[in-house]
Each structure stands twice: as structure tokens, then as C-alpha cells.
Design a protein around this ligand. Structure first.
Ligand code: SAM
Length: 301
């Protein structure tokens, strides 16, 4: 079994033996890797869309990998799932119909259903095997996928928003990196279809990678959103297991500004990272990120 796994995880192109005896390494850039000491490989399969593994690691516990990239770990998942969910859900004064694209581990859905106004949460995840394995190996993350308000649809999120109109109060795009089936989830056409799928006062958030390694992508996305939404903002959060440890989220809103919230109205939800102060502070961009957004396009950053 281990030999099989070693074979599965030996990437000749990258020369990285991801399970060197008891270690898994993710190449976060061609020149940077994060390595996790592995206690046990709990599952491996090749789905119709990606390689999927669940490994139990000493430092971060059970960890979901897709195509050898760390998606989520039971130890630090709440940083990301709370920040991508409660910022938009507290910005909208009455979020009732919510769409999550990607998010097959269930972490965002778990945070969404904490909001008492939410009547329906639709998860559009392209790969059913991610949901099945999250339920089996990451129950504390996938816990709300069977909530009565949740509908799981195994579809392409790109196609879903192309067909929907004037439907959602909040859309959250919790996708993999811009590779494979997720490439289109970072395009201007997708953002225009998100706009169309939102109600007249709707808003959306997407994870938009590392400001340290993906400045050009973030700038292009922000420029696209500025053409599509009357309000667009970037906010940041610490995500220990993502490349560079600092992550970005891009927000587009038809009416409500995430920096103008009536906190007396916002629901009290149980969180371990997100607070109103963290919410406000997340939009305070350090100069190196401000420069990404403002520098002349041909600049190097
Ligand atoms: N938080 C993680 C991150 O930032 O990389 C993402 C977690 S979640 C596991 C990402 C999910 O997006 C995967 O399960 C993947 O199958 C799904 N996905 C990728 N492209 C998609 C698409 N076009 N439509 C729907 N789901 C998609």
C-alpha cells in the first residue's frame, strides 16, 4: 500500500516525493514548499477531476489534499472558513438565499448556516468525491452538509451562475487555485455572471490567492470587479497552511459596503478567529498590497 502511495505521490516532473517515508511536501511555488510530517495516510483516490488524499499530520491533524495541494486542515481551517463567510454575511443586512461555489469540504456551509436569517444555502461543488470524503474523514468540517437548509449540487459553478438570474443574496466562491476546472472561476465573464445571479442588493466574495505570490492576479481581479460592481474591496487574513501565510479575498457588492455595518444588527455567531474588530482590520491593507492595487499596470510587484 505505501509503495503504491509512494508511487502515486512521486511527481517525476517536480522531483518531489510527497510522502518521503513520513513526510508530505506541497510545492507552493517552484521555489517554496511546505512539509508536513505524516502520521497516517487515511485515503487516496483519483476522482474524475483531481487526485484526492486525506492524510493525518502531526502538526495540523487530518488534512485534505487535492492534486497535492493543501485544501484544509482540522487545525487551522476556521481561519479561512470564518473569514470568507462572516465578512459577506454580516455585510448583507438580511442574507436569506446563499450560494457557495466549490467548498466541497463543507467548512463554508458550516459557517453560513450559523446565520439565523439564512433560509437556503446551495453548495455547487463539481466533484462529488470531495463531499463524500469530507463527510467520512473531516466530519467536524463537513458537519452542516446535511442541514435541512442545505442543497448540494454536483455541477460546474461557472455554468451554474451563467444560468441563474436575480437569485442570491450572497455568493461565496471557495474554489481551488486557478488551475483545472477552477480556472474559469477567476475570469471577468464569471464575475459578470455572478453579478447577474445576485439579487439587486446582493454581494459576493471569492478567495483570490496570496498577495505575496499572486499580486498580478489580484490586481487583474480587482480591476475586473471595479468595472462590474459599484463597490469592490480586497481584504486579508492569516491562513497558516496557505502559500506565504497571508491570503486575499475579493468582494464585489451591488449596494452594501463591508466597512459600513450596523454591528448592533449583526447576529452573534460562535467563531474562533472572526470578530467585528478583525472584520474591520482585514480591510486595512499594508502598503505593499496597496501598491499592487494602485501601481501602473506594467509595474513589477
Ligand atoms: N479553501 C480551499 C482553497 O482556498 O484552495 C478550497 C477548498 S474546496 C475543497 C475547493 C473546491 O473547489 C474543490 O472541492 C473543487 O472540486 C471545487 N471546484 C473547482 N472548480 C470548480 C468548479 N468549476 N465548479 C465547482 N466546484 C469547483
Amino acid at each position: 500500500m505505501l509503495n503504491l502511495l509512494l508511487g502515486k505521490f512521486f511527481d517525476k516532473n517536480k522531483g518531489v516525493l510527497n510522502l518521503r517515508g513520513t513526510w508530505f511536501s506541497e510545492l507552493q511555488t517552484p521555489d517554496l514548499a511546505i512539509s508536513l510530517k505524516v502520521k497516517e495516510t487515511l485515503h487516496y483516490e483519483k476522482t474524475p477531476y483531481q487526485e484526492l488524499a486525506v492524510v493525518d499530520t502531526e502538526a495540523y491533524g487530518r488534512t485534505l489534499l487535492l492534486d497535492n495541494i493543501i485544501m484544509t486542515t482540522v487545525k487551522d481551517e476556521f481561519f479561512y472558513h470564518e473569514m470568507i463567510s462572516h465578512v459577506p454575511l454580516n455585510t448583507h443586512p438580511n442574507p436569506r438565499n446563499v450560494l457557495v461555489i466549490g467548498g466541497g469540504d463543507g467548512g463554508v456551509i458550516r459557517e453560513v448556516v450559523k446565520h439565523p436569517t439564512v433560509e437556503k444555502a446551495t453548495l455547487v461543488e463539481i466533484d462529488a468525491r470531495v463531499v463524500a470524503n469530507a463527510k467520512e474523514y473531516l466530519p467536524e468540517i463537513a458537519v452542516a452538509l446535511d442541514d435541512a437548509r442545505v442543497e448540494v449540487r454536483y455541477e460546474d459553478g461557472i455554468e451554474h451562475v451563467r444560468l441563474m438570474e436575480d437569485t442570491y443574496d450572497v455568493i461565496i466562491v471557495d474554489s481551488t487555485d486557478p488551475i483545472g476546472p477552477a480556472v474559469g472561476l477567476f475570469s471577468a465573464e464569471f464575475y459578470r455572471n455572478v453579478y447577474k445571479s445576485l439579487k439587486a442588493d446582493g454581494l459576493f466574495v471569492a478567495q483570490t490567492e496570496s498577495p505575496f505570490f499572486s499580486g498580478k492576479l489580484i490586481r487583474r481581479i480587482q480591476d475586473d470587479l471595479a468595472q462590474i460592481f459599484p463597490i469592490n474591496r480586497l481584504y486579508l487574513a492569516t491562513i497558516p497552511t496557505y502559500p506565504g501565510g497571508l491570503w486575499s479575498f475579493s468582494l464585489g457588492s451591488k449596494e452594501y459596503d463591508p466597512l459600513r455595518i450596523d454591528w448592533k444588527r449583526a447576529p452573534q455567531v460562535a467563531t474562533r478567529y472572526y470578530t467585528p474588530a478583525i472584520h474591520q482590520g482585514a480591510f486595512a491593507l499594508p502598503p505593499f498590497v496597496q501598491e499592487i492595487l494602485e501601481a501602473p499596470l506594467e509595474s513589477e510587484y
